[in-house]
Design a protein around this ligand. Structure first.
Ligand code: ADP
Length: 647
């Protein structure tokens, strides 16, 4: 074939115009794209050679070489992969075939600046070379064809390209970038090595560069780096996740975690799987042992790195993991996503949705496994203890560790992952009136419920001490009914999304009237009704005295030792949560609580007929507020009233 000039497909011309006329921040991605093409070409050769080993010719070791020539101002990427025939060069380098680039073209707005930014995200494959080159020469020969059937393809990145036949003894492709005036940085070996390390470290092929050595200058001439003729690998080629599980040691898994998570400690657990199905990917997911300091930041980051066929695409791919599992670190390597996938595209992709669901299930599975082995194996009901494996023994106490670090984040899952709510609910742990440590699961609670108990009782408070001394717990304690003590900020909000567990409603002991149902016997109920009846006139006076502060005043059976407590409506926001929101500078509704009084308490009995009824009523209310960690609206008035009594 003699030299001929051909026109680019209109779409390519349009794309090239954009690439060459736009400045943008992420120029270095061209190297990622071209190395990835080289690696693909080697993969293709390996595949075709399965049926035809002769394709290897005399060079069975697949590799990519990156060469810099300062004098000629070229950067050349050479692979010994499958290569291009003349027709393939014309077809593949003159038209846009792949869907990703087409999608990119569809998104172009025609506005230079916005579009330029898009390229940065997308990459656009081979044509990215024109970001840094004003001319690209491609020389190639397809594996298996004669040396005389090589092809040279040359283009200045405008409307057309030239092709001609050349002699090319070695198989594969060289992409020679004639660097633009302003792209001299890419002639520097350090810079280029850095970029390869960043994007292509995990490509499983060796990427080689020629070693340089310092040579001192002679006769007052300055010294310089000179090429040595030795080629050395510059990538680690350590895509751990791409290897078979059985070939990876525990230590290697741990080291890899430390490297990607920037953590000096070992992870609590990991899970490594190859998933095949509608979308194919490999996941290597780790649960860290310690929470990072920015776990609760609003712009929560995800810890998942996305690779496509071992080429690094992006850090913090939040689309791959739901927000409540943002602490998980690891790698997802997709076989199906386009290399140039952008964050926006990730959000919309069905493959990504499937990956995200798969990763979520995996992580929940890991947590369930840790939770199952958190306690030392107990003797079974039949008196036989299953002998735990060493692996299981190592898991004792790990879920507690995990939960102390990440439990509060996991709870957010109740609010955002409805499909997995039951699994998440089973993973929750709380302290309770039966346990100071945060190790009571809802299932444990249900198993311990009293005969006739219908609800799972809980209280929310600022801290464990406050929760434990809440007056609202008194009757539960007296009757030996367990109450969960919840002290995380997210608890109340999260529980809005978990109305019941195992068919039992969750009921706050500080909301609504107490109805212990069958837990109260007939005699108790009758006594309570009589007391309330007798107390009616006093109640009316109390309501009047406190009409600005209390929504209602009523007699309660929930108190034993305390004279009074505050409760809010069922389903309403608790006073603590409202307080917390206000402290955080957020809007919170003005809550007018209901004052519940213990008609059996000496102080309450004293009310009837007392001369300072009004002051006593206010003291009662303000004390109830203080008891739950609140503050009287007029502290000075409160002090004055108490002092008057003391005197
Ligand atoms: P993509 O690689 O995503 O298909 P590109 O624009 O990067 O898109 O490349 C277009 C085509 O050119 C590739 O599909 C491939 O057939 C061919 N090609 C590019 N680089 C090489 C290479 N180094 N060796 C062989 N073929 C290549």
């Amino acid at each position: 074939m003699t030299k001929q000039t051909l026109n680019f497909q209109a779409e390519v011309a349009q794309l090239l115009h954009l690439v060459t006329h736009s400045l943008y921040s992420n120029r270095e991605i061209f190297l990622r794209e071209l190395i990835s093409n080289a690696s693909d070409a080697c993969d293709k050769l390996r595949f075709e050679a399965l049926n035809n080993a002769a394709l290897y010719e005399d060079a069975p070791n697949l590799e990519v070489r990156v060469a810099l020539d300062k004098d000629a101002r070229t950067l050349t990427i050479t692979d010994n992969g499958i290569g291009l025939s003349q027709q393939e060069a014309i077809d593949n380098l003159g038209t846009i075939a792949k869907s990703g680039t087409r999608e990119f073209m569809g998104k172009l707005s025609g506005e230079q600046k916005a579009d330029a930014q898009l390229i940065g995200q997308f990459g656009v494959g081979f044509y990215s070379g024109f970001i840094v080159a004003d001319k690209i020469t491609v020389e190639s020969r397809r594996a298996g064809s004669a040396a005389s059937e090589g092809v040279r393809w040359v283009s200045g990145g405008t409307g057309d390209f030239e092709v001609e036949t050349i002699d090319r003894p070695q198989r594969g492709t060289s992409v020679i970038l004639h660097l633009r005036e302003d792209a001299g940085d890419y002639l520097d070996a350090w810079t280029v090595k850095g970029i390869i390390g960043k994007y292509s470290d995990h490509i499983s092929l060796p990427i080689l560069m020629e070693k340089e050595e310092w040579k001192a200058g002679e006769n007052d001439q300055p010294g310089a780096m000179v090429k040595t003729g030795n080629w050395e690998p510059v990538n680690q080629a350590n895509a751990l996740w791409a290897r078979a599980k059985k070939d990876i040691t525990t230590e290697q898994y741990q080291d890899f975690y430390k490297q990607i998570a920037f953590d000096a400690e070992n992870p609590l657990a990991w899970s490594h799987n190859r998933v095949e199905g509608s979308t194919e990917y490999t996941q290597l997911l780790y649960i860290p042992g310690k929470a990072p300091s920015d776990l609760y930041m609003r712009d929560k980051v995800a810890g998942i790195k996305l690779y496509v066929k071992r080429v690094f695409i992006m850090d913090e791919a939040e689309a791959l993991m739901p927000g409540y599992l943002r602490f998980v670190k690891g790698v997802v390597d997709s076989a199906d996503l386009p290399l140039n996938v952008s964050r926006e595209l990730l959000q919309e992709s069905r493959d990504v949705k499937a990956i995200r669901e798969g990763c979520t299930k995996r992580v929940l599975g890991m947590l369930e496994d840790l939770a199952k082995n958190d306690q030392p194996a107990a003797e079974g009901a039949d008196g036989v203890t299953d002998v735990p494996s060493d692996e299981d023994k190592a898991k004792v106490g790990q879920y507690s560790r995990f939960y102390a670090e990440f439990g509060a984040v996991l709870k957010e899952g109740l609010t955002e992952d409805f499909a997995n709510r039951d699994r998440i609910a089973k993973l929750l742990r709380y302290a309770s009136t039966h346990s100071d440590t945060v190790n009571v699961s809802l299932a444990d609670y249900v198993a311990r419920m009293k005969d006739g108990q219908e609800a799972i009782y809980y209280i929310t408070a600022d801290n464990l001490a406050a929760a434990k001394s809440s007056p609202q717990l008194e009757v539960f304690r007296k009757k030996g009914i367990e109450v969960l003590l919840m002290t995380d900020r997210v608890d109340e909000w999260a529980l809005n999304y978990l109305r019941d567990f195992d068919g039992k409603p969750l009921q706050s002991v500080a909301k609504g009237a107490v109805d212990l149902g069958k837990l109260q016997d007939e005699a108790e109920k009758k006594a309570a009704e009589e007391a309330a009846e007798a107390f009616k006139p006093v109640l009316a006076k109390l309501k009047e005295a406190l009409k600005d502060k209390a929504e209602d005043v009523r007699v309660t059976t929930r108190l034993v030792d305390s004279p009074a407590c505050l409760v809010v409506q069922d389903g309403g926001m608790s006073t603590q949560l409202a307080r917390m929101l206000k402290q955080a500078g957020q809007k919170a509704p003005e809550i007018k609580p209901t004052l519940e009084v213990n008609a059996e308490h000496a102080l309450v009995k004293k009310l009837d007929g007392s001369v300072n009824f009004h002051d006593l009523a206010h003291i009662l209310f303000d004390q109830a507020l203080l008891a739950e960690g609140g503050m009287p609206t007029d502290p000075a008035a409160y002090v004055k009233r108490v002092n008057a009594l003391l005197v």
